[in-house]
Write a protein that binds this ligand. Sequence first.
Ligand SMILES: C=C(O[C@@H]1C=C(C(=O)O)C=C[C@H]1O)C(=O)O
Length: 338
Amino acid sequence: MDTHLKRKLPIAVFRKPKESQLTAVFQFGEDLFRTADFQEKGFVFAPFHSEENAVLIKPDELHKVQVPSILPTQKGELKINDIDKEVHINLVKKGIEEISTGNLKKVILSRRVDYSSSKKPVEVLQKLLANYPNAYCYLFYHPKVGMWCGATPETLVHIKNGNLSTMSLAATLPYTANTKPEWGPKEIEEQKMVSDYIREKLEHTVANFEIGKTESVRAGNLWHLKSEVKGNLPANADIKKIIMALHPTPAVCGIPTQKAKEFIKKNEGYDRSFYTGFLGEINLNSPGEISLFVNLRCMELSEGTASIYVGGGITAESNPESEWIEIQNKSLTMLNIL
Ligand SMILES: C=C(O[C@@H]1C=C(C(=O)O)C=C[C@H]1O)C(=O)O
């Protein structure tokens, strides 16, 4: 992996949640390929704004190894970057105002924070693997795209043998050991909006469509609300259409989708790039097997800098100060690694 990175060649390395196998996809040659219809074989990496097709890393060589067992790192003193607190609070207020006009029901508002870091990508990946066994941990590099890594709790879609599964994941509280979180109506509604959206998008395409019960799940130092979703695909299903119907869900964009997208583009004041896009393997193990995740709890690594991307869902009931604390907590997932 080190040699490949030194030669500045494209690579994607990942480990699925709760698994111990690490997969590395090596591309020899720096061509920038894109997927046309998700029928290709490889690893895809898609930005939030999907004007262009997802980047594809072709598996010129594929390696699978067991993840070496590494102990979780001790958490040291964390330096949270409080710069721009006002900027974010004002953005959230603007979102709440827009919601009060009836133009939007929900919008996810985010920011990017730069930290200086000289950590080697391989070391960052090792730490992600050791600290977040329940997340999808990855490292992605393409000389024409950049270097990204993360530990995401959110599935976009899995497809295998015609069975489809996804999840509705939203709402956040700080993780508390030994006690289950107490969710208020704001959080319950926020997550229900995501479930309703997924239902609307898939119910008529997928047979035996089913949304499971909602439960609290841990993601690092946070709790979220999650419902598992499943169904069966018809034999002639258009995979690209299904993926693009799910991306972006109101877990990362908002309701209604188009208006939320426009609000985000106009007001966030930076480019989300691949944050809240999606990534993962397509047809790598067998034809028709797809495993995609939403790019959250992630960072972009460049010379001497690690840029952490975080955001949170805003609804009519949101409190700007609490939303600020929520994204600070979310940024700890990556800050703990640096
Ligand atoms: C947008 C993020 O997370 C998403 C937003 C959540 C929320 O609003 O509570 C919770 C989980 C994710 O669906 C992020 O981590 O940056």
